[in-house]
Design a protein around this ligand. Sequence first.
Ligand code: NAG
Ligand code: ZN
Length: 516
Amino acid sequence: MPPPLPLLLLTVLVVAAARPGCEFERNPAGGLEADEALPSGLPPTFIRFSHHSYAQMVRVLRRTASRCAHVARTYSIGRSFDGRELLVIEFSSRPGQHELMEPEVKLIGNIHGNEVAGREMLIYLAQYLCSEYLLGNPRIQRLLNTTRIHLLPSMNPDGYEVAAAEGAGYNGWTSGRQNAQNLDLNRNFPDLTSEYYRLAETRGARSDHIPIPQHYWWGKVAPETKAIMKWMQTIPFVLSASLHGGDLVVSYPFDFSKHPQEEKMFSPTPDEKMFKLLSRAYADVHPMMMDRSENRCGGNFLKRGSIINGADWYSFTGGMSDFNYLHTNCFEITVELGCVKFPPEEALYILWQHNKESLLNFVETVHRGIKGVVTDKFGKPVKNARISVKGIRHDITTAPDGDYWRLLPPGIHIVIAQAPGYAKVIKKVIIPARMKRAGRVDFILQPLGMGPKNFIHGLRRTGPHDPLGGASSLGEATEPDPLRARRQPSADGSKPWWWSYFTSLSTHRPRWLLKY
Ligand SMILES: *[C@@H]1O[C@H](CO)[C@@H](O)[C@H](O)[C@H]1NC(C)=O
Ligand SMILES: [Zn+2]
């Protein structure tokens, strides 16, 4: 008989971090209605709500990054087929570096070259973030201090040129949609969804972090697609949105139906609840997506709150969102910004007004759920450890620094951390309905393979009140009674039994622990 697995069970109570309602609105454009040329006296906060050619886009992003040099920088993730840099502007308290436990978000526009609203929204957003940070907007400061945000306004700059040559109002439905090789970039990613459906039928098989099949490389892979995949391998993205045009709706994975012969069919991921929540974070604060009047476009989505499962809308293979979810830790939604793919310039300011709050609100949802670090008993980070949640068959893995982020909807969740050679650690977390900061849940993994004697010795050494060794936690039910767990700490007003565990992890007292 194998030795019993030293399962550890801890009760973690997460409460909402009260968030002062201190957002204040400022006119970021300083007279944006007046489009007159202000050659010298132009305030740096001025945003020109116009279309941007490739050269203009590059100039604005570079200028913005240098104006906000302490919180922004630009970098290229590669080149388009015709050789244009795929330029990203990044915002972070330490640009260029991943910081421990700081979640990373990406927003991608113009993947279809003729769908240009997203490109402009991200160019404006970059300027807005920079200006508001400098002006001291506490919401934006907090956001940039706690989040690393990457904006790629144009994933398909070559297609854009084709579409822009026709111009707004003249652009057909498809001119410039593809890249310069005539590839649709949102059909060019590896189809991992078919593989997922196979794995999901197999008991015990892992259906996350699915490798790219060899045969994918035999086909035509666009340099833009390759650049995105490489980008995703170098940065531990948690959340992403891809901005499109042609309708007014937010869609979420899967995009590829379980039954390919069906044109459309509801095909949820194991994270259906979270994806709905993420999509609503965008749609619910978007005045046009919520508009019930006649003049709204894409009205057929109104009954669903302007969100829809991608495959339930129309199924397609090789999309970017399915790939994000099935190959990495990143959750990506698709936003259709409006019915006009190439809006006239006059419409751009209104579009920005409609999408600004949605974009901010969406990015802020990266702080939902839990995050933390997984270390061994010496405090050494364990990378590639698996973070599983009971009832959601989709594991998240830790980044090279041992940090992880697990987006989770409100409720009670049983979270398990494991890595080869270590015993599993199980914790219970409660995610409150309102939450603006991810609860911190760290895991310390104990090596497997110690004899039972050594193991018991280890227990004695750590003392009865330390949950790492506490006999009460050993072999206890994996589904604890939440009410019992709630009552457990504090009958006498003293610290709960697991308190020392958390306080010993860091010098910071975890503020989100519920005290009695
Ligand atoms: C953000 O960080 C800057 C620089 O460390 C600091 O001055 C500012 O007070 C912080 N703001 C918020 C809201 O956290
Ligand atoms: Zn599109």
